[in-house]
Design a protein around this ligand. Structure first.
Ligand SMILES: NC(=O)c1ccc[n+]([C@@H]2O[C@H](COP(=O)([O-])OP(=O)(O)OC[C@H]3O[C@@H](n4cnc5c(N)ncnc54)[C@H](OP(=O)(O)O)[C@@H]3O)[C@@H](O)[C@H]2O)c1
Length: 249
């Protein structure tokens, strides 16, 4: 039975992905900062472990308990919508520490085993915001664009060892906790020069009438990356993501 380890399973894409792999009969190592057992169906194939991707000790403990894994899904992350001149240095640091360096730390923990076994799949969840020069999400975009770049280089490094590497790019998904988790980092609503831009962005993000990304789309894209040896390096997840990817060329 193959094993997948997923980061950030407490909600949203990570939770949905964990559920899908359990349904498909995989062993799922579902990790989250504060494990909550009852959000996933009870299963003998489920291992729930605490894991904070910014804490090297936490990563080492989780990997020590996880056993051999076949697929790593780097999904944990958060966003922030702030004009560049107003972003708190601490928020910028946390964005890179979680989204970029957290992904790097997970890779460094898992890759030696994949390389030695000449197999394994890495799936990094980034975002279609990396495809367009959107305002207000600059540092978040940069933290995810950095993951795109390192994943592309990683794919070249791992190819000789038979390790597959993929990027899943979701579109806008108002149904997860992403928007709520970004709110504490918001700055600039009290600045009349920025208020209209920020209010417009929040309204557009929450609007679920147009093409959007559902958590199930991301789970399906991760499943494809994990199981299809011919899956492309970059996989858009969600109707809007597919459109954006086509527009970006
Ligand atoms: N929703 C969107 O519109 C969207 C679009 C494109 C890409 N994405 C990306 O997709 C991924 C999942 O987002 P989502 O929409 O499912 O949002 P979500 O519901 O907020 O889930 C994010 C998950 O990441 C976890 N996390 C945050 N910091 C962490 C850390 N230091 N260590 C371990 N886990 C941590 C959260 O755990 P806690 O519960 O402990 O905070 C949560 O489980 C993120 O990387 C996000 O950037 C989201």
């Amino acid at each position: 039975m193959p094993t997948v380890l997923i980061t950030g399973c407490s909600s949203g894409f990570g939770l949905e992905t964990a559920k899908l792999f359990l349904e498909k009969g995989w062993k799922v190592v579902a990790t989250m900062r504060q494990p909550t057992a009852d959000i996933l169906p009870a299963s003998a194939n489920l291992v729930l472990l605490p894991l904070d991707v910014t804490d090297p000790g936490s990563i080492a403990r989780a990997l020590g308990q996880a056993g051999e894994i076949d697929v790593l899904v780097n999904n944990a992350g958060f966003g922030a919508a702030v004009p560049i001149e107003l972003i708190e240095p601490e928020t910028a640091r946390q964005l890179f520490e979680t989204n970029t360096l957290g992904t790097l730390a997970m890779l460094q923990a898992v890759l030696p085993g994949f390389r030695e076994r000449r197999g394994g799949v890495v799936i990094n969840v980034t975002s279609t915001v990396t495809l367009k020069p959107l305002p207000l999400v600059s540092v978040y975009r940069a933290s995810k664009a950095a993951v795109n770049a390192l994943t592309e280089s990683l794919a070249a490094e791992m190819e000789p060892f038979g390790v597959r590497v993929h990027i899943v790019l979701p579109g806008r998904s108002p149904e997860t906790s992403f928007g709520a988790n970004a709110m504490p980092h918001l700055r600039g609503l009290d600045n009349p020069d920025y208020t209209p831009l920020i209010e417009g962005m929040i309204a557009r993000f929450r609007d679920d009438t147009g093409p959007v990304t559902h958590a199930a789309d991301v789970a399906a894209a991760v499943w494809r990356a994990a199981t299809d040896p011919h899956a492309p390096l970059r996989i858009p997840a969600g109707e809007d993501a597919v459109q954006w990817m086509a527009e970006a060329g």
